[in-house]
Design a binder for this molecule. Structure first.
Ligand code: FAD
Length: 383
């Protein structure tokens, strides 16, 4: 079908929304991007771009961002004494960037792409399968209605677009909290430790590190609840001594970003003229680092489905049929990894570390990599 001349509204200007808007506009669509935030401010900690996400960013010509990233061959999973439980699969290529740098690069690219109009400070209140969108402008309180050929719900885990359509969505809270932060201290190497308090990960950035940690014990949960940085630090220092170097320079609790892991799965990713991308369609546990990468892949598959199908219903059906099972597999594996990394009882940890992990390290890692990446990076790159 013709993408040229399509009128598209994209709800959400972050990873999924920006990538989708850029691809559609470059193919000739007129795209209006809406976000409820008044300005796209530097927010978040870090993100690990896997080969699939990197390929999409190359396709979007964001090579400068990729060149600024720290390149690593994956992170070892270790126990609290830094004994290897699982080495990264051969050929793993990760680039670590700050989320602020990723957002800024995507936003700048949108600003300089003809065919994209960005409006910030507007909340999408309703979007219906016939392509009608109602928004409220935060500054004036005024409502505005608009009509589109395609409405892209890239509005994250609590998506309003998803609420309006028949997507058969299930939203499950895990009760598990993750903390993320940037630290000026450099890690000795890229590691993810599975310990008696849950997991603690450290990835190198150009300057300093990106750290993330779960809160697997009542002591850590209490520290989070009380916003007590010292208690958080002490609990992690006892469980995993190398955490101390990275946590020591932090000065305020609000340097830690705290999120509950929420899983979203939808039976359909489209309804009429509405389509979901990114966390709106498939928020997942962070343990394979594929949430944002999968959002970037969604954008390419949606674009190619539109280009190759005869009409919109066929394109959106193709998109769902290709993305849903691939993402479901990754999200299931991620959730399982998340669960076993949270085993804090000594007997369970012994079973995991001495039996399950050695078995896992003998598995077919190239098949696992293909499943995780979902699509061939060469195809995603557009070559
Ligand atoms: C602890 C943790 C670690 C992670 N690590 C990684 C990693 O290493 N690699 C990776 O690939 N992924 C990672 N992820 C997942 C990744 O952060 C998300 O999958 C990704 O950010 C989703 O992007 P998105 O654009 O779909 O949604 P979001 O980033 O949530 O963006 C949604 C946008 O929509 C806007 N919005 C929301 N509602 C409305 C509305 N009603 N009207 C208008 N605008 C609206 C918001 O302001 C926002 O800008 C991690 C997640 C967690 C929790």
């Amino acid at each position: 079908m013709q993408v040229q001349g399509m009128q598209v509204v994209v709800a959400g200007a972050a990873t999924a929304g920006a990538a989708t808007a850029l691809l559609l506009a470059r193919a000739g669509a007129t795209v209006r991007v809406l976000d409820r935030v008044p300005e796209m401010r530097a927010a978040g900690a870090g993100i690990a771009l896997a080969a699939n996400g990197q390929a999409v960013l190359e396709r979007l010509q964001l090579n400068t961002l990729l060149n600024q990233a720290t390149q690593i061959n994956g992170a070892r999973i270790v126990d609290a004494n830094e004994r290897t439980l699982l080495a990264p699969p051969e050929g793993t290529d990760l680039r670590i960037v700050t989320r602020a740098a990723l957002q800024a690069a995507l936003f700048e690219a949108m600003r300089s792409t003809p065919g994209i109009a960005i409006t910030l400070g507007v909340t999408v209140e309703a979007a219906t399968p016939d392509g009608r969108v109602i928004v409220r402008h935060s500054a004036s309180g005024q409502r505005e209605a608009m009509q589109a050929d395609l409405v892209v719900g890239a509005d994250g885990v609590h998506s309003r677009v998803r609420e309006q359509g028949r997507f058969g969505a299930s939203v499950r809270r895990s009760g598990i909290h993750y903390v993320r932060a940037l630290s000026p201290a450099a890690p000795s190497e890229a590691l993810e430790a599975w310990t008696s308090a849950g997991l603690f990960g450290m990835l190198p950035l150009q300057r300093g590190s990106y750290l993330y940690a779960s809160c697997g014990t009542p002591e850590l949960e209490r520290a989070i609840e009380a916003a007590d940085l010292d208690a958080f630090r002490m609990a992690w220092q006892r469980a995993f001594a190398p955490s101390a170097t990275l946590l020591a320079p932090l000065q305020r609790f609000d340097e830690l970003l705290v999120h509950e892991v929420i899983r979203v799965s939808c039976r359909q990713w489209h309804d009429g003229r509405l389509v979901l991308v990114g966390d709106a369609a498939h928020a997942m546990a962070p343990n394979l680092g594929q949430g944002g990468n999968s959002a970037l892949v969604d954008a390419v598959v949606l674009m190619e489905s539109l280009r190759n199908a005869k009409d919109l219903p066929e394109a959106l059906a193709q998109y769902t049929a290709r993305r849903r099972p691939a993402v479901q597999r990754v999200a299931d594996t991620s959730a399982r990894l998340g669960q076993i990394s949270e085993w804090t009882q000594p007997a369970m940890r012994w079973l995991r570390d001495r039996v399950l992990m050695p078995l896992a390290s003998r598995g077919d890692s190239s098949r696992m990599m293909r499943d995780v990446l979902q699509e061939d990076p060469g195809w995603l790159r557009g070559r």
